[in-house]
Design a protein around this ligand. Sequence first.
Ligand code: P6P
Length: 334
Amino acid sequence: MSSNVITLERHIIENERKHPGATGNFSAVLRDLTLAIKIIWREVSKAGLVNILGLTGNENVHGEAVKKLDIFADKTIFKAMDHVGHLSVMASEENVDVLQIPEIYPRGKYVLLYDPLDGSSNIDANVSIGTIFSIYRRLSLNGPGTLADCMQPGYKQIAAGYVVYGSSTMLVYTTGDGVHGFTLDPSIGEFLLSHEDIRIPKRGKIYSVNEGNYRYWDDGVKKYIKYLQEEDNDTSRPYSGRYIGSLVADFHRTLLYGGIFLYPGDSRNRNGKLRLMYEANPLALLAEQAGGRAIDGTRRILDVIPASLHQRTPFFIGSKEDVTICEAFLTGKQ
Ligand code: P6P
């Protein structure tokens, strides 16, 4: 294999060597998570063929209908990670409570939060969907992990990433040393480094929001979107509107092309739809590591102190200049 082909595993290990105190346990967590992701990819990539689509008749903690792939992905990640000995506790967007490590297995110093298959409502339409994850250090000293271990502010994350199962399957992650993207080569089942040190453009030309909610938005959001739709050649306006309705796909495009993704709170849901711990925090860490910003309207997402495990948050993320201009509209300064 030529020297310029860097697998995810090699990248993780080389990254670990930059931290003299590293024990290798953290690398093992990422390695085992990658195995789970490959198993999920295998099922997602043949979803239309083995008829595992369709509703299970169950609902998740948010009262949303759950499709079989959701459950499969959730259980796959848990079963791949529960015995590795490096986690003290896990929490999944699909489960009300934290997920304890079975007594028969050793526990470790890390905490894994994950959204096993985000965008699942798009599964039947073959629209890109994704897995999102966050890794923290446990706060509790020993024994079973705790709810507090899982409810840390986003700036405490030691790693975050997502997988977008799309026309090609990509894994994008950060351990606080830049953002790096790997594309799955199905012929060898390896994620290969394809986007080293991703930097989000400081300003873009695309905005991404569900405009069907326009009537419920606050005035600041309405004024901002109208601003983006005005003509001004110096600022590449009007921007293009792009909305897939699958967060990982919409964020991935924003990360690579620049611009802004918005899921505001509105008159029906003050906190919007997206979850702080499972969606906003990991993507906010990635955005900041790539030179972008992520806010809830007035605060940096990563500074928000969680009040509950599944709390939702208004979410504005993307290019630094775009988020800053949006913030001015949201706070009435513009
Ligand atoms: P809406 C998918 O169900 C999801 O949770 C995110 O992936 C996506 O960004 C959002 O909901 C889309 O929500 O209300 O625009 O359909």
